[in-house]
Design a protein around this ligand. Structure first.
Ligand code: BG6
Ligand code: MG
Length: 215
């Protein structure tokens, strides 16, 4: 059996992946870059900096801008994103999330957040869910973003749990890769088509069979 559950935030616990997408899409439109929801799959889970590089890469614009211009674009995207999440409340928690957190807490399972987002603390406090987590690792704390395993390794180390005793919940290709590179069990939230490498895929957290993994 496993001892620790590591959750991604955006698109797993809370329905914010769509807001990241809307904000990147607005920037892409301004820059005349063709950017669809399919392109967006590769932006999920990676850092703000890398997302911009991938976005600019779609149109061969990658070397056209100075560092300051890129910083300005990231700032603009983030301000738009912040405006979308300003009113966010518990109604934007994804199906099964709160119930699973409750169950895991009652069973004494270690609960860790492993998010790439620098806005994770803000969202957690707006939703009032920080208290469920034994360890919170977000984009402000890690040097190397997913698919690098750093975020999950750091979280498991802080929770004092061996990597092979951790189950990771992820909605992104990069996150599944990071979980597998950490020697953890990777549960994809979404579709098998989007996350073919996941150990298993469920459509939302209410589908997770807790008894199979945790005592
Ligand atoms: C991840 C999201 O959780 O965080 C990405 O899946 C996002 O879409 C990344 O780009 C970084 O987020 P932020 O809030 O630091 O810009
Ligand atoms: Mg995610």
């Amino acid at each position: 059996k496993y001892e620790c559950a590591i959750f991604d935030l955006d698109g797993v616990i809370v329905d914010t992946a769509k807001y990241h997408y809307f904000a990147w899409a607005a920037l892409a439109k301004k820059l005349n870059i063709n950017f669809t929801i399919k392109h967006n799959e590769l932006l999920k889970g990676i850092s703000r900096e890398e997302s911009l590089e991938v976005l600019l890469g779609y149109s061969g614009l990658i070397n056209k801008f100075t560092r300051e211009e890129k910083n300005q674009m990231m700032e603009e995207k983030n301000q738009l994103y912040l405006s979308y999440i300003e009113q966010i409340g518990r109604d934007e928690l994804l199906e099964g999330a709160l119930c699973l957190l409750e169950t895991l807490r009652n069973r004494g399972v270690k609960i860790v957040l492993g998010s790439a987002s620098k806005n994770a603390p803000l969202i957690m406090s707006k939703l009032g869910i920080e208290t469920y987590f034994d360890v919170i690792v977000d984009g402000n704390l890690v040097k190397t973003a997913k698919p690098d395993p750093e975020v999950f390794i750091f979280g498991a180390d802080k929770a004092l749990v061996p990597y092979e005793k951790c189950v990771v919940f992820e909605d992104s290709i990069a996150g599944i890769q990071a979980a597998l590179a950490s020697n953890m069990f990777a549960v994809g939230i979404g579709t098998k088509e989007d996350m073919p490498l996941a150990n298993e895929v469920i459509s939302n957290l209410s589908q997770f069979d807790v008894d199979r993994f945790f005592c």
